[in-house]
Design a protein. Structure first.
Length: 445
């Protein structure tokens, strides 16, 4: 029996007419008719603001992202002004709900450093002996495998969850860099190298130290990577991977199962995988558009992409638009400013300006091709891949870098769900089946 025939059998018996969703008022994607998210819970961790509501109408507004009530722009500016790394502080803020004192931050950073080493034989048994072409896949499998290396994996107490959360925040970057080195050796036939960890490194420095053959990087580069991690660390309970964390946590399952599932969610091209798709889309565009400075030529190719005649035939301009943000995504605004500066320094200004041109033209392209005049702007994925490229981060790690940053938010939501909700998530699905008679097997057609 061929798989194609099985697929035809499935299609013949599993069609749901689109109008049925409207008939039964099904909120597909847990979205209200106006595009807003269905209210599924309460949180103290993060707020994502992208529009105003006036007489039940969505009014576009400047995007604002706050961690525990503090504007992420202020966090970024504070770290820049004081010339220090900020991801560790953000992890503390998300977990505990208050900015750390200097001594608390120093102690927390030392604790993270002490937890970066993987359990004995873990790297050999779980990563080196089982290489993966996809680093996200290896992250998910490795996190799930950590359950077997934990002497107390199922204890749901706050104390145990906090221990596990901090260990995971510290270990995920190490797993990522090990998985990347093994992938290079096994699939790319290149040298792999495992540098010793430096106890004085921030998380961003530890990552650059692990992926660069000569271990050489500048303070400016490390702080730019740290900035990316700050901006990716959290984005509210409704984003797909964080909601996945909360759904699994609501069952009372262990933290490794919940975080592994979140990684699987983030891997999807409609979620964290979009930053890699942006770069693939832009590489394709650069290969087909001769004059990057021409609005007409670039716009014409974008129209082909939306018509599913070019690119990956998805009809999507990756990195454009967001479920909440309208006029702007504050993360994209910050990354764009830093990307321009770095592009000027690295002789990549022409490429950066092409990204700007795509950002500028995309709304009009959607309006022309789809008659869709919804206000859209570039999201964080649009510029993050470009920043990673200029930092020398390999494309294999674009989405994994998202994961090693977002785990801070996942763990905060995991603990909040366990401590404040206490009820398993159980949404409803309406059945469209009708009663049928059982047919003996020899009488079936």
């Amino acid at each position: 029996m061929e798989f194609r025939a099985l697929c035809e059998e499935f299609r013949a018996n599993n069609q749901i007419p689109p109008e049925k969703f409207d008939l039964y008022q099904v909120k597909r994607g847990l979205r209200n008719p106006d595009g807003t998210g269905v209210m599924a819970g309460l949180t103290l961790i993060c707020n994502v603001h992208g529009y105003l509501i006036d007489d039940a109408e969505r009014i576009p507004d400047k995007g604002i992202l706050t961690y525990r009530g503090i504007n992420v722009e202020d966090i970024v500016e504070g770290c820049r002004r004081e010339n220090r790394f900020g991801f560790e502080e953000v992890a503390w803020l998300l977990l505990f709900g208050k900015q750390p004192t200097r001594s608390q931050l120093e102690g927390f950073s030392k604790l993270l450093n002490s937890c970066r080493e993987l359990p004995e034989y873990f790297a050999e048994d779980m990563i080196i002996k089982a290489p993966s072409r996809n680093i996200m896949n290896k992250l998910g499998r490795s996190v799930l495998a950590l359950y077997s290396y934990d002497d107390n994996p199922d204890d749901p107490s706050l104390e145990n969850n906090m221990r596990q959360a901090i260990q995971l925040i510290a270990r995920l970057p190490t797993i990522m860099t090990y998985a990347y080195q093994v992938k290079r050796r096994h699939f790319d036939r290149q040298s792999m190298f495992f540098h010793p960890l430096d106890p004085n490194h921030s998380t961003a420095e530890a990552i650059l130290n692990a992926i660069r053959p000569d271990r050489v990087f500048t303070d400016e580069e490390a702080k730019l990577l740290d900035l990316c991690m700050i901006l990716h660390a959290e984005h509210g309970g409704g984003n797909n991977s964080t909601f996945t964390t909360r759904v699994l946590s609501s069952t009372g399952t262990d933290i490794y199962s919940a975080i592994s599932a979140a990684i699987g969610s983030l891997k999807g091209p409609r979620h964290g995988g979009a930053n890699h798709r942006v770069m693939m889309m832009m590489d394709d565009l650069m290969g087909h558009v001769k004059n990057w400075e021409s609005d007409d030529e670039v716009g014409s190719y974008l129209e082909k992409i939306v018509r599913k005649e070019a690119g990956d035939r998805s009809g999507l301009i990756y990195g454009m638009g967001h479920a909440v943000y309208t006029l702007s995504d504050p993360r994209a605004v910050i990354l764009k400013e830093n990307a321009r500066k770095m592009a000027e320094e690295h002789g990549m200004l022409r490429k950066f300006e092409l990204f700007e041109r795509v950002e500028k033209l995309s709304p009009d392209v959607f309006a022309k091709v789809k008659n869709d005049r919804k206000v859209i702007s570039a999201n964080v994925d649009f510029y993050s891949g470009l920043v990673y490229e200029m930092l020398g981060i390999p494309s294999d790690l674009y989405t994994p870098m998202f994961a090693v940053s977002r785990i801070a938010g996942w763990c905060a939501h995991r603990i909040e769900e366990m401590e404040t909700c206490g009820r398993i998530m159980r949404p409803a699905y309406r059945s469209l089946t009708h009663e049928k008679q059982y047919i003996p097997i020899d009488e079936r057609e």
